[in-house]
Design a protein around this ligand. Structure first.
Ligand code: ATP
Length: 899
């Protein structure tokens, strides 16, 4: 251990830890790594970072780090990863959000200078991504890691260090259980793996540290001062008690009303008072934003809803715009142009118009591309203010001098408007004053009434974030994890299952009680899995011979090849845990996942979703109605019935049209619940509304029309279609597994249509790589309706329709090769512009089909006309959506365009 480290350890132990700044030069990592940081201007570690080094971060020890926002958690993760890789290991960095994964990936690619490669894995949840194993660092979301484990991705066993970023999200009802299970499984897979857990400050971080068998690092030190305060009636009061200790002496510009430096006094209203630019005619937050901008800073404004986020951006736009220089306006106009170019929706037009004024909004309804443009432009200082829902609160490093929290209450479906948790407030506030980006930060809560000033000060500024609590205990959370634990071979009987779950944070938090509740819930999950042929239970004596026997079940799924997975080895079961088990079960029976069970687990769908799909398909198989004849609406509704599908909310205005719609289209649904069962029927209506949204998408209704009609953003539409696409794929594979090949093909086609948002007639074209729905529709309208038709096409026409690059790709994909000379000549003849008769007659002489046959081109007369229209600037919309262009009045009459 270096001298500085020893000194640090001594100081840390004696509680003097806020004064330790380990020199980077003294860190026990190879010199190139030290140089990497020294060259980037980092000469010493911050005190909490120094504490983590003393706690064994570079000595392969587990460390749980719970320190304030902006105190440099990522750098600690980097040091641990680099040290481990240097010793021949591999690092896995687990993040909660895709946006965070991209940010970390971008950062870690800088390690290429040290010879280390980084990969990212956030995509499809049923792929192994074995190719990622060649990387030294892999960044992935917790869901993706869960899926990689289920699919027995080999490189997972080589992980020597895992980083759990934002580990406090174990508390999240949606994502927490998966994170817990992933951690538990990874620990079983790689018992020697180092764990570095990074968390916001939480009350029970020690409890998490104990669970992880980790040293505990806690601190309230922050590298830049963060002034937290309240704004009320034109007066901003910054409270200094919660700014955290800092070595940074750069103060805020906070002044008393008379212009002298502010002093700390006792009452919040008297503390550090700054008169903010007030005008009763403008919004308080607008005044606060303007004040920061005039001072050279940027602002993040947090809103409680998307609508408010957009509304505030619009409101602030003219005022911010008046503060911009001509050069800034010019740059912003370019960014706005990119946004408008990228999408034809009204929402994109609104976003572009805000951006032109130097402001933006940010919420989950934006597309990934729009979010990226907005974040990067804010980072570059071009966009001056972002008004956001809490999507921007987690983890991102943005240059916000002042964070304004306009509303500290959030709507909850069960209990109405509720105050946000302290942890959420601290995360939002912590976006202000990031090191290297701002000298200090200010977080401002807006109080609507005078009495709220005291209340907010106590509730948020003077309070510590809440404790976190495991959300794993519920049956709907455990069902999928019970199955995957069995299919991955982490347990082979009930006793081992309970032992496995004893390794979770849930069990750690609830102690002995957890065994009782876990046993009950695991039993329920197993009953379900056994009943649905996803798992069998056998007496162990019979096991040896029976696991080899062909298996039969209701759906006639074929035999499981082995009861023991390739991932599974007996030593994954911790002998100590086994011995100490208080389970009520004996060891006389064995649980064997069926092929159906292991397929469901690998597909990463809830076993309940799988049973819903198979039940309905079987209903058709044994009934008189033929699934093959059912409208895609019925299939979409089946997808929407699964527990994995996200559903649209029913708003009060939806009830009349959804009811009418159900009545008019009753025969298109596989089954309709009795309206007397009110809550079930209400749920069904939500499923129908979502199915109709998806149906509009695959009927080529424009994104703009769908967004307006369902009051959703482009990002939402993509999200809905992506989930439905994944579930259609799963349905197709389940049907194939059961030998239902026609039904499988049906879901497979649906998957393709959902992927592109295209009608059935485009299916053949969509199978060619590089053709989206708009290009496919152009080709279709020009008479190229299939691969075969394209094989007979000529390059000029096709490149005129879809552009030369795509035309080349298409030709390559359908197996046509072109003479290079001819191609370059064609490219130089004004790139396939077919206006002149000579051009129209141009033939590609040596296009070779699979058969090597020379095919003369036959230009379709309609195609020529179509291409002419395009080049003459005629609107393409009619061709893109031939039957779907409906007037607003008739939009709800969906029956008109059912297949
Ligand atoms: N020792 C250091 N010296 C100088 N700069 C540092 C040091 N450590 C980290 N930084 C810089 O501080 C900034 C904030 O770090 P980082 O994003 O890791 O904080 P964080 O603790 O993860 O914050 P949050 O929890 O709010 O996301 C980054 O720009 C990082 O490069």
């Amino acid at each position: 251990m270096a001298v500085a480290e020893k000194k640090g350890k001594r100081q840390a132990e004696s509680g003097e830890n806020d004064d330790i700044f380990f020199p980077v030069e003294a860190l026990s990592v190879p010199q190139p790594i030290r140089d990497f940081y020294l060259n980037s201007g980092i000469r010493s570690l911050y005190p909490p970072q120094s504490q983590a080094i003393s706690a064994g971060l570079l000595d392969n020890k587990n460390v749980m780090i719970s320190i304030p926002t902006a105190s440099g958690k990522t750098l600690l993760a980097e040091l641990a990863m680099l040290k481990s890789i240097e010793s021949g290991g591999k690092a896995l960095y687990i993040v909660p959000l895709r946006a965070l994964a991209s940010e970390k990936f971008r950062r870690f690619t800088e390690f290429r200078a040290l010879g280390y490669e980084t990969g990212i894995s956030t995509g499809d949840l049923d792929l192994k991504d074995e190719y990622l194993g060649t990387n030294d660092i892999i960044v992935a979301t917790s869901e993706k890691v869960d899926s990689l484990i289920r699919n027995e991705t080999r490189w997972l066993s080589d992980i020597s260090v895992v980083i759990l970023d934002e580990v406090h999200l174990i508390d999240s009802p949606d994502r927490g259980p998966t994170l817990e299970i992933v951690i538990t499984k990874l620990r079983r897979l790689n018992p020697k793996m180092q764990i570095i857990a990074l968390s916001a400050t939480i009350q029970n971080s020690k409890e998490v540290a104990q669970w992880l068998n980790a040293s505990h690092v806690v601190s309230n030190w922050r590298p830049t001062k963060l002034y937290e305060g309240i704004y009320y009636d034109g007066v901003y009061c910054a409270d200094v008690q919660t700014t955290g200790k800092s070595n940074n002496s750069e103060g805020s510009k906070l002044k008393n009303k008379d212009g002298t430096d502010a002093q700390t006094k006792t009452s919040p209203l008297e503390k550090k008072i700054i008169p903010v630019f007030i005008g009763r005619e403008i919004d308080a937050a607008v005044s606060l934003v303007k004040d920061t901008l005039v001072d050279g800073g940027q602002c993040l404004v947090f809103e409680s809803s998307r609508k408010n986020a957009v509304g505030f951006a619009k409101k602030a736009a003219p005022i911010i715009s008046s503060l911009l220089t001509p050069l800034e306006k010019e740059e912003l106009a370019r960014i706005a142009f990119d946004i408008a170019e990228g999408s034809d929706t009204e929402a994109a037009a609104v976003l572009a118009s805000c951006v032109r004024s130097g402001v933006s909004f940010h919420h989950a309804g934006l597309s990934a591309e729009q979010r990226e443009i907005v974040e990067q432009s804010f980072l570059a200082g071009k966009i001056k203010m972002i008004s956001s829902t809490p999507t921007l609160a987690a983890g991102l490093n943005l240059p916000a001098r002042r964070v304004i929290i306009r509303s500290w209450k959030r709507y909850d479906a069960n209990s109405g408007m509720q105050p946000i948790p302290v942890m959420e407030y601290k995360q939002m506030a912590g976006r202000a004053g990031r090191p290297h980006l701002d000298p200090y930060g200010e977080a401002v809560l807006i109080a609507a009434k005078e009495k709220d000033v005291e209340l907010l000060t106590e509730k948020y500024i003077h309070s510590s974030p809440e404790s976190i609590e495991s959300k794993l205990g519920a049956e709907n959370m455990l069902r999928t994890h019970v199955l995957s634990t069995l299919t991955n071979g982490f347990a082979r009987n009930r006793e081992q299952l309970i032992d496995f779950f004893k390794g979770t944070f849930f069990a750690h938090q609830h102690g002995l009680l957890s065994t009782i509740s876990l046993t009950t819930v695991v039993d329920k999950c197993l009953d379900f899995l056994i009943e649905n042929d996803m798992c069998r239970e056998q007496k162990s004596e019979a096991n040896k011979s029976e696991t080899q026997k062909p298996e039969t079940n209701k759906t006639e799924v074929k035999t499981p090849e082995k009861s023991k997975s390739a991932f599974q080895t007996a030593d994954k079961l911790d002998p100590i845990e086994k011995k100490n088990s208080n389970s009520v079960y004996g060891n006389d029976s064995v649980l064997i996942p069926t092929t159906l069970g292991s397929t469901v687990s690998k597909l990463y769908i809830d076993p309940l979703s799988a049973s819903v799909i198979l039940e309905d398909v079987l209903k058709f198989k044994s009934g008189t109605k033929n699934l093959l004849e059912i409208s895609p609406l019925g299939l979409l509704h089946l997808i929407c019935k699964t527990t994995d599908m996200k559903l649209l909310y029913m708003k009060s205005g939806d009830y009349p049209w959804v009811s009418e719609f159900i009545a008019d289209n009753a025969e298109r649904f596989i089954s309709i619940p009795d309206p007397v069962r009110v809550s079930e029927y209400e749920w069904f209506m939500g499923e129908v509304k979502t199915a109709v949204l998806l149906y509009r998408w695959i009927s080529e209704v424009s994104e703009n029309d769908i967004s307006k009609e369902f009051d959703i953003g482009e990002g939402d539409l993509r999200n809905f279609s992506e989930i439905a696409c994944w579930l259609s794929n799963a349905a197709s594979r389940l049907c194939r597994l059961c030998g239902f090949s026609e039904e499988s093909a049906l879901f497979s086609d649906l998957e393709l249509r959902l992927q592109y948002g295209a009608s059935v007639d485009l299916l053949s074209l969509l199978k060619i790589r590089g053709i989206g729905r708009v290009r496919a529709r152009k080709l279709y309208a020009a008479g190229f309706k299939s691969k075969d038709a394209l094989k007979k096409s000529d390059y000029i026409t096709v490149s005129g329709l879809v552009g030369p690059k795509i035309a080349e790709k298409i030709y390559r994909d359908i197996g046509l090769t072109m003479d290079a000379e001819e191609l370059s000549r064609l490219k130089n003849t004004k790139t396939g512009h077919p206006k002149s008769p000579q051009n129209e007659k141009l033939r590609i002489g040596r296009i070779q089909a699979d058969t090597d046959e020379i095919i003369p081109s036959e230009m379709d007369v309609d195609a020529v006309q179509f291409v002419r229209n395009e080049f003459d600037g005629a609107s393409l919309s009619q061709q893109e959506e031939p039957d779907m262009k409906k007037s607003k009045k008739t939009q709800r009459r969906f029956d008109e365009f059912f297949d």
